[in-house]
Design a protein. Sequence first.
Length: 258
Amino acid sequence: MNSELQFGSGLALLAGVLAIALSLVHLFARNIRSFNTIPRSRWLSFSSGISVAYVFVHILPDLSEAQETIRQTLDETSVNQSLLFLEHHIYLMALLGISVFYGLERAVTVSRQRNQDSGKGDIPEIGIFWLHIGSFALYNALIGYLLFHREEPGLWSLLLFAIALGFHFIVNDYGLRDNHKHIYDKTGRWILAAAVLVGAAIGYGTHIHEAAIALLFAFLAGGIILNVLKEELPEDRESHFGSFVLGAGIYAVLLLTV
């Protein structure tokens, strides 16, 4: 898998522009008033469908190729035999992504409930806020980095990645604001917006091995799945199933035909 962009080309410039556009999602998504309605905004469910379609139609099928890349890498290097399990278990990275973000969500929920029970308000403790935002900052930085180093090169791959992740950011922004309220608007969204740009800057200036990029994509796939489903499944969200299916269907067709 050749994932390196031609730095200095129009494609690299476009990746930089898209990084800025993704960072702006966190800064301006709160201005879309319909996102805060119950029943859940159709646009949020539509965005969730797009995110999931990108994972299942584009990223996950490529993981089998990623396994082959890792196998070849391990064969070519004299690595410790204990690492050879990665050759057949790249999906463990996707599972790790799901587990990490599930753990974060549970920590936020428990902290929020604890504060409610003690009469301290409807937001998590400040330490949990920083843990949550710090984790999503790393997540956003990874996405910014992968704008320059994806598992598949080319203009369409870049655009499809950026569009899917832009919609995914809308879903994440909604969930983080719902959990952390005013402190997210005051501080958190700015950190997440900056993290995308930091990741993109690192991606522009550095390049890691394709096997590592494959593992990062697998972790990202797991994170996207968990972050979307945690927003869509709870009953109090009153999510819009038709919009979710419509978003997933449209983007799946686009991915399969482009």
